[in-house]
Design a protein around this ligand. Structure first.
Ligand code: F6R
Length: 578
């Protein structure tokens, strides 16, 4: 089990644990990497067990928050991937009914719920418990004295690997490749009962049949789930990241008291700080705040702010950082805290230095991002910003309802963009021969132009620049011509006409031109050499679909050029120096 977990650390590595059933259920877990856990646990025996590597989303990395989680009687043991969105009311009710919890995780409600419904049949108890659960999950349940593991999935991957008088369950193929290449993929809603010799399935209360597949991957290939690079895998994970990040909390609860005060006319100003790709999320955030709350807001580069940033009285700061370790962001937070400002962090890493310094941390549920180029973490950051700002939006109820609906549909819209990958890859083949590529956008898609250029330059080494389209004529025009292709992001908002004018100007100067437009918008058909359509969404959400196109474009250009996509030269994933 520990060997298998070692191959799953790319999914999470802040803590891990295993549970084994023999004369009792023994649990060994801690906030350590798998290799360290391996050294720390005593020799023991057992032929049934479950294990987990964690990437914290609810509760910091710690021994008690690590999986497996057990019910009160230490008889039901569970590992869980995903997010239980309604864990708070479930937990409250279970506590009232006498259940004692030991962790801060959402996952711990699952063993308690199963325990509550257990009346001699573990599979039935799991089925009943899951009926109460809202959210995403892949779970494996082990009951004391049982000879079967019960597994279930919804919106989180889970596989069964078949062996000779032994069977395995795992969240991904790399875990089990040393032992088997015969795999069954669970489907949403499946509940599987797995013993050493038998596997059976139920779905929607009826028994179901699932097909066995042969896996031909090496361990290294499998770690990327068959994708050639982590970056591509992470791009494709984005629909799930969106689902997990927005979950069910859309307009529940009180996300940020400080914003409430501001939206009610407090004296504060809002400052959003970040670096690199996270700064582009901050810039998009600025447009979202202006549009939805109509409040004064600044988006600043943390590295500049540290030297020149003026802190206005009563500033509420939001620091955005995937790693939570970026030195410039840490310095900025210290500077703000020194003068008594409140700082809210949006980060992907619980327990990171930024999350420890900030007054409040909101976690993006992107999961570990291995590729140096940020992709899914950016989209997750945007999701958090949409959620926060939509909660306090001062817009007509009709528009509010439409925005909520569209946000809920965002995962499928991104999946639609991913379906266009081969078309985008075709375009990439054309663009890969150029040495300079320009991206232009306006309004909320100006930061998307910057992000498209950043993504391209860092992984393909092509010189790329993003411009606010209206600025071209103030200098960059001098560069345009047949060797300088331009990618124009056209949005169906107040900027549409002006953008068309800019695109005509580009074309008149002989630059090859590709445009990103909404489905049904044929306004660039006669102007552009290539037109990529994206699903129609409210302009406020257009950065999400447009960015995914530009991520794929950068990826495929870099691939054509044979670049080391996941680990570009001179770059590090966490920038811990000023
Ligand atoms: C670009 C990229 C970097 C990071 C930047 C900030 O793809 O990954 O520009 O966005 O170094 O990092 P975090 O978000 O960890 O603070």
């Amino acid at each position: 089990m520990l060997n298998c977990l070692g191959h799953l650390e790319y999914r999470g590595y802040d803590s891990c644990g295993i549970a084994v059933s023999n004369s009792s259920i023994q649990v060994y877990k801690d906030a350590v990497r798998v290799a360290e856990l391996k050294k720390a646990i005593p020799p023991f025996e057992g032929s049934l067990g479950i294990g987990h590597t964690r990437w914290a989303t609810h509760g910091k990395p710690s021994r008690t928050n690590a999986h497996p989680h057990v019910g009160c009687q230490n008889e039901i043991t569970v590992v869980h991937n995903g997010i239980i969105n309604n864990f708070l009311p479930l937990k409250q009710k279970l506590i009232e009914e006498g259940h004692a919890f030991s962790s801060e995780t959402d996952s711990e409600v699952i063993p308690h719920l199963i325990e509550k419904y257990y009346a001699g049949d573990l599979e039935k108890a799991v089925e009943r418990a899951l009926a109460d659960v809202k959210g995403s999950y892949a779970i494996i349940v082990m009951g004391y004295g049982e000879n079967a593991l019960i597994a279930a999935r919804k919106d989180s991957p889970l596989i069964i690997a078949l062996g000779d008088h032994e069977n395995y369950l795992a969240s991904d193929v790399p875990a089990i490749l040393d032992y088997s290449s015969r795999v069954i993929y669970l489907e949403d809603g499946d509940i599987a009962t797995v013993t050493a010799d038998n596997v059976s399935f139920r779905n929607g209360g009826k028994s179901a049949k699932r097909t066995e597949h042969k896996v031909h991957w090496s361990v290294e290939e499998a770690r990327k789930s068959g994708y050639e690079h982590y970056m591509l895998k992470e791009i494709h994970e984005q629909p799930n990241v969106i689902r997990d990040t927005i979950g069910n909390w859309l307009l529940d609860g009180e996300p940020l008291e400080d914003l409430k005060r501001m939206s009610e006319g407090g004296m504060e100003t809002l400052l959003i700080l970040a670096c690199g790709t996270s700064y582009h999320a901050a810039m998009v955030g600025k447009y979202i705040v202006q549009e939805l709350l109509g409040l004064p807001v600044r988006a600043e580069l943390a590295s500049e702010f540290n030297y020149y940033g003026r802190i206005l009285p009563e500033t509420l700061a939001i620091a955005i950082t995937q790693s939570g370790e970026t030195a410039d962001v840490l310095l900025a937070i210290k500077k703000l805290k020194d003068v008594g400002c409140r700082v809210v962090a949006i980060t992907n890493v619980i327990g990171s230095r930024v999350s420890r310094l900030a007054d409040r941390t909101i976690i993006t549920r992107a999961g570990p991002e291995i590729s140096v180029a940020a992709t899914k973490s950016f989209i997750a950051q945007l999701m958090v910003i949409y959620w926060l700002m939509m909660h306090y939006a001062r817009v007509e109820p009709k528009r509010q309802a439409e925005l909520v609906l569209q946000l809920r549909q965002m995962a499928s819209r991104v999946a639609q963009v991913l379906d266009k990958e081969s078309e985008i890859a075709g375009l990439a083949t054309y663009f890969a021969k150029y040495d300079d590529i320009f991206f232009i956008g306006r309004g909320i898609n100006y930061p998307v132009a910057l992000e498209g250029a950043l993504k391209l330059k860092e992984i393909s080494y092509i010189h790329a620049e993003g411009f606010a389209a209206g600025e071209l004529k103030h200098g960059p025009f001098a560069l345009l011509g047949p060797n300088k292709p331009v990618i124009g992001i056209v949005t169906n908002d107040a900027t549409h006409q002006a953008m068309l004018t800019n695109i005509r100007e580009v074309k008149a100067r002989g630059s090859p031109l590709a445009t990103l437009v909404s489905e049904g918008d044929d306004s660039t058909d006669t102007l552009a050499d290539f037109v990529i359509t994206v699903p129609q969404v409210d302009p406020l959400f257009s950065p999400v679909v447009n960015t995914v196109v530009l991520q794929l474009l950068a990826y495929h250009i870099a691939r054509v050029r044979g670049c080391p996509i996941d680990f570009p030269k001179n770059l590090a994933k966490s920038v811990t120096v000023e």
